[in-house]
Design a protein around this ligand. Structure first.
Ligand code: NCD
Length: 301
């Protein structure tokens, strides 16, 4: 997200709006016609992988799809990430990569002569998720300045949160309440960086401290796969859950409830039908629209 700023994000949002309108009118799009995009996913993915696929195919592009290459590709024979990337840069116009190591997308970008998009690098970042999250908030409130939000869950290992706060830090007068188990707080170096950009971060320790004035709640799952011991995960999982009661006590009528998904119990299913819940609807579909916008801006001739 450090490669973006308020101006470039707004450019993506404008493009997203245009694309959404065309799609709603059932217009065929050929912005990626003749382009091949490699999707290299070294970590599990449902939404990010499929929404990239949908975005590319809706614009007439084609994909080379590698899910789980640690088992199916030359990686199993010991090939380096750099060599793999150099090969796929020969075959395609752009590479989307998800990989367990922090900084892997950056390494890939250095090795590649084709543009590289980070679809999640370990506990590092997940910028395309942040773009769709920011767009979802922007679509609802018409702005990204002067907003108050609540971010809950695994703020230590959650890459979506790292990128979202980074993205919000480009805008003015943002206040974020951060609610997490004490073991899973936002790392202090990140806190300092974001605060130095002018964002106001308020760490809270229980639901009672949630402000009733939030524009959005952004809930996340505790990232089980980042724990060395399952017993440590069990201690902190589902410490904070959105229930009807919590929503009644702390929600307001303009709020939107977001989650990057998958959820594993931290939002009760009974919340899904609430009109404020956007995680299975607007937020999810915006994942396709914003990725369409981003890819078409990167690959425009
Ligand atoms: C997230 C991820 O992979 O970081 N999922 C996603 O891309 N929508 C969040 C998660 O796995 O918890």
């Amino acid at each position: 997200m450090d490669q973006f700023d308020a101006h470039s994000l707004k450019k993506i949002f404008n493009k997203t709006k245009t694309i959404t309108k065309l799609l709603n009118k059932k217009k065929k799009m050929s912005l990626l016609s003749g382009k091949i995009i490699s999707l290299l996913f070294f970590e599990p993915s449902s939404r990010t992988f499929s929404s990239f696929c949908a975005a590319i195919k809706r614009m007439g592009g084609q994909t080379i799809e590698y899910q789980n290459p640690t088992q199916t590709s030359s990686t199993v024979k010991g090939e380096t990430l750099e060599d793999t990337i150099k090969m796929f840069a020969n075959y395609s116009d752009l590479i989307v990569i998800r990989h367990p190591q922090v900084g892997s997308a950056q390494r890939a970008a250095v090795a590649s002569r084709a543009p590289v998009v980070n679809a999640g690098d370990g506990i590092g970042e997940h910028p395309t998720q942040a773009i769709l999250d920011l767009y979802t908030i922007f679509e609802k409130f018409g702005r990204l300045d002067n907003l108050t939000g609540l971010i809950t869950g695994d703020l230590l290992n959650g890459r979506t949160v790292h990128s979202l706060i980074r993205g919000l830090s480009y805008f003015k007068n943002i206040t974020l309440y951060l609610l997490s188990p004490s073991q899973l707080r936002l790392p202090s170096d990140l806190c300092q960086k974001f605060v130095s950009r002018g964002i106001k971060l308020i760490e809270i320790t229980n639901e009672k401290e949630i402000s009733g004035n939030c524009h959005f709640w952004y809930w996340t799952r505790v990232q089980k796969e980042r724990f060395k011991k399952t017993s440590d995960y069990e201690k902190v999982k589902n410490k904070f859950v959105i229930t009807k009661e919590l929503l009644k006590n702390k929600g307001n009528k303009n709020l939107i409830i977001m989650h990057p998904l998958p959820r594993v119990g931290e939002i009760e299913v009974s919340i899904d039908d609430d009109p404020r819940a956007v995680y299975l609807t607007k937020q999810a579909i915006n994942g396709v629209y914003t990725r369409m916008a981003l890819l078409s801006l990167i690959l425009k001739d």
